[in-house]
Write a protein that binds this ligand. Structure first.
Ligand code: NDP
Length: 317
């Protein structure tokens, strides 16, 4: 594993980080979740990303992580970076969603209890909330750090102008924004155009979530929709999204990957890591095999201009 500094901070993150959005909930087999976490750890993945509501059931991924940490990894606590977030729905009522001080601080406390951690390495505002003054949300992050509940703070899914405002507030409060977390991949490049330049300018890191487009940038759907795949769960990815056009685009990209001697997933991760300013790619996985395949993306992260052009053509067709 290689590591990159997160923006202008002194904190290094692994090129590949593991997220627990799917497949680590109470409905998922615990032994599989544990095996993936241990395999990641053994291969230098030092960064694990959670959020208050990851499951299903909501909030259960934090408990799964806490159990593996307690039973297998606690001796390594100082060698890992654990992040959590609040911003989307956490619980019913007016204080369980958005960017209020009330929600962020209560949620951070709950997340610490569920994971059994004394502090998070990174605590995020999960989304920009237009109904809460940005100063309130940012000051809540600052105070979470001041209270010793997190070492660094980050923001996720902020529009570029609000991202800049947030970073400026945090810098003035002497709790500089460590990192921005945004959806970015070969077929969803908007944040690379809008948010990545702001991150570079503000000196923050940039971590790309859903780098495999939830599986669309892998071989998962090249020959139909396998039972148990994310698209069959019909929650965040739907069978209806696996259209003929989408499959054909994946097939074109897959051919380019094969010519590079990589799987499509490996090429998709390598492509992001080749973008200037990207700190880490935040992958998901449902098996140790997938995770292992993804880790080998690091075997080849350079692209010829011809390959980059071919990728551009493949997504435009
Ligand atoms: P990916 O785009 O990496 O998709 C992961 C899925 O792709 C897996 O569950 C699996 O699907 C499939 N897959 C992964 N590797 C392979 C492989 N080698 N071969 C075939 N299929 C593969 O990321 P996610 O969408 O899961 O997001 C990753 C993380 O990003 C989350 O866990 C979370 O931490 C973060 N995130 C943050 C958000 C935010 O708002 N800040 C929003 C969304 C995610 P299958 O299950 O079908 O096997």
């Amino acid at each position: 594993m290689d590591y990159r500094f997160s923006g202008k901070s002194g904190l290094q993150l692994p090129l590949i980080s593991l997220g627990l959005w799917h497949n680590f909930g109470s409905v998922d087999p615990y032994e599989n979740a544990r095996a993936m976490l241990l395999h990641a750890w053994e291969n230098g993945v030092t960064h694990f990303d959670i959020a208050n509501n990851y499951g299903p059931e909501p909030c259960s991924a934090e408990k799964t992580f806490g159990r593996v940490l307690k039973e297998d990894l606690f001796a390594h606590r100082d060698q890992m970076i654990v992040s959590s977030k609040a911003g989307y729905w956490g619980w019913d009522g007016p204080y369980g969603n958005g960017g209020s001080r009330k929600y962020l601080i209560a949620s951070c406390d709950q997340s610490l209890k569920r994971t059994g951690l004394e502090y998070f390495d990174i605590f995020y505002s999960h989304r920009y909330d237009p109904e809460t003054p940005i100063e309130e949300t940012m000051q809540a992050l600052v105070d979470i750090v001041r209270a010793g509940k997190a070492l660094y703070v980050g923001i996720s899914n902020y529009p570029a102008d609000k991202q800049k405002e947030a970073c400026e507030y945090l810098r003035q409060a002497h709790v500089p924004c460590l990192i921005g977390q945004y959806k970015a991949n070969i077929i969803a490049q908007q944040t690379l155009i809008e948010n990545l330049p702001v991150a570079i300018d503000q000196g923050t890191g940039f971590i790309c979530f859903s780098p495999l487009a939830q599986g669309l940038l892998t071989d998962r759907y090249l020959n139909g929709i396998p039972e148990g795949s994310r698209a069959t769960k019909e929650v965040f990815l739907h069978r209806a999204q696996i259209t003929q056009e989408v499959v054909e685009r994946s097939q074109r990209l897959n051919q380019i990957a094969q010519q590079r001697g990589q799987s499509l997933a490996q090429m998709a991760l390598a492509w992001l890591l080749a973008q200037k300013g990207v700190t880490s790619v935040l992958i998901g996985a449902s098996s140790v095999n997938q995770l292992d395949n993804n880790l080998h993306a690091l075997d080849n992260t350079t692209f010829t201009q011809q390959e980059l052009d071919a990728i551009n053509d493949a997504i435009k067709e």
